[in-house]
Design a protein. Structure first.
Lengths: 249, 177
């Protein structure tokens, strides 16, 4: 081993970081080279002097106690750390919500009432807020593509001018806790909102009719889709409209 | 409750290293008050990042946080050269002190060593502390200080050469073989 090499490895040797072979080579070199041996000896002494005289600062009394109380205070704020638990909890909530919704849709009369109320509210809001349509078009080939990208489903858009129901446009709305398609039709001076969104696992149902706040509300499902039609149009004409939609859907 | 269990786990992992954390913070900040603040901040940060700690030796993990908190602290609270990039220049002993000769003559050996260590740039000082006081391996020091092992070795060599120079200058009889 050369002196240059030995000098490079001097600290590694002193710190016990060399492998066995290098260690032995260093020791042999020290026996043969007094200069390097003396460098090592000086290093050893210096470290010895340091270990005896450099203070290892001890934490002040009470620091651990203060630390514990600060940690305890900080711990609840870091709930997001438990994201696995959060994910599990979220999954549970979704499952429960899903079950709830299936139960809701399939049998619970109250839920139908609630949805009917929601649908009527949306209908009224659409008339009041001058926000009847996001895409004002009587062309269903314009309205249908407009929804793609905004919704995770594609509603069937029909137009029935010869029967006196003309498409006025489409709008995004929010019903039953999700975004839905709102198709807007006109019959003379009356507006019909037709809300459409998926109803997974649900086949065709009869059309049910309710009246709320002076509005007629028709509801049916067809081919795994929910349909809610709301209007101040008379019940007979609205049912006629519903039949037209059912045929195209 | 999972949170409480995690806090207990956290405390068991890092509170035993409170002395090491404090000592490092004290050597890097240079005073007790800042050291305590840095340690408290470090532990709060450690708690925040604890989920990222995948077992193993918690001391280097904690000291990494303490070290980084120290530098953040120093940058925020001081305008001096504590965190400056390391350069090659070697300052004379006690260049800032009014009467170096008198200091040298009067000081006890112990004070000299401490002062010599304090005079090292932080980048060299931290490596000496982790090596000589914490007994860390080069690999662990490299992890804590975020530099390659080769840099740890060269900085350690430079730090020791500097310390030897300082001590030899101050006390030739004690430092010479």
């Amino acid at each position: 081993m050369s002196c240059r090499e030995a000098q490079e490895l001097l600290h590694g040797y002193a710190d016990g970081e060399l492998d066995l072979v290098r260690n032995l080579e260093m020791e042999r070199h020290f026996r043969e080279c007094p200069a390097c041996a003396s460098d090592y000896e000086r290093l050893r002494r210096m470290r010895e002097a340091m270990s005896g005289s450099v203070p290892y600062f001890q934490p002040p009394a009470g620091l651990e106690r203060r630390l514990r109380s600060r940690l305890r205070a900080a711990a609840p704020a870091k709930r997001s750390i438990h994201w696995q638990w959060a994910a599990i909890a979220a999954a549970l909530v979704l499952t429960v919500a899903g079950v709830w919704r299936v139960a809701l849709m399939s049998r619970h009369p109250d839920s139908v009432e609630i949805l009917a109320a929601e649908a009527v509210s949306s209908h009224v809001r659409s008339l009041m807020a001058a926000h009847l349509t996001d895409v004002p078009s009587s062309d269903r080939h314009t309205v249908k593509p407009w929804f793609s990208g905004k919704l995770d489903f594609s509603p069937t858009v029909g137009d029935f001018p010869s029967q006196g129901f003309t498409l006025a446009g489409g709008r995004l709305d929010y019903l039953d806790g999700r975004p839905v398609a709102a198709l807007v039709y006109q019959r003379r001076q009356h507006v019909i909102n037709l809300f459409v969104w998926p109803a997974p696992g649900r086949l065709n149902s009869e059309t049910s009719t309710t009246d709320r706040q002076g509005y007629h509300v028709l509801h049916w499902t067809k081919a795994h889709m929910n349909y809610w039609a709301v209007s101040d149009l008379n019940g007979r004409e609205l049912t006629e409209f519903a039949e037209l939609v059912r045929k195209t859907g | 409750m999972a949170e409480k269990a995690e806090l207990v786990e956290f405390e068991q992992a890092v509170l035993p290293h409170l002395s090491a954390a404090y000592n490092l913070a004290r050597w890097l900040t240079g005073n007790d008050h800042d050291a305590e603040d840095v340690v408290q901040e470090s532990y709060l940060r450690a708690l925040k990042f604890f989920s990222g700690f995948r077992g193993g030796n918690s001391r280097p993990w904690l000291l990494t946080i303490v070290r980084n908190t120290c530098y953040t602290w120093l940058r925020r609270n001081r305008m001096d050269d504590q965190t400056e990039e390391l350069d090659e220049e070697m300052h004379a002993i006690d260049s800032g002190s009014p009467n170096p000769e008198a200091v040298l003559l009067a000081a006890a050996h112990r004070d000299l060593v401490q002062r010599a260590l304090e005079d090292l740039p932080a980048a060299l000082r931290e490596i000496v502390i982790l090596r000589e006081m914490e007994g860390m391996s080069y690999k662990e020091i490299a992890d804590v200080t975020a530099v390659p092992i080769g840099t740890v070795m060269s900085r350690l060599a430079r730090a020791r050469a500097r310390l030897q120079q300082l001590l030899a200058g101050a006390n030739p009889a004690g430092a010479r073989a």
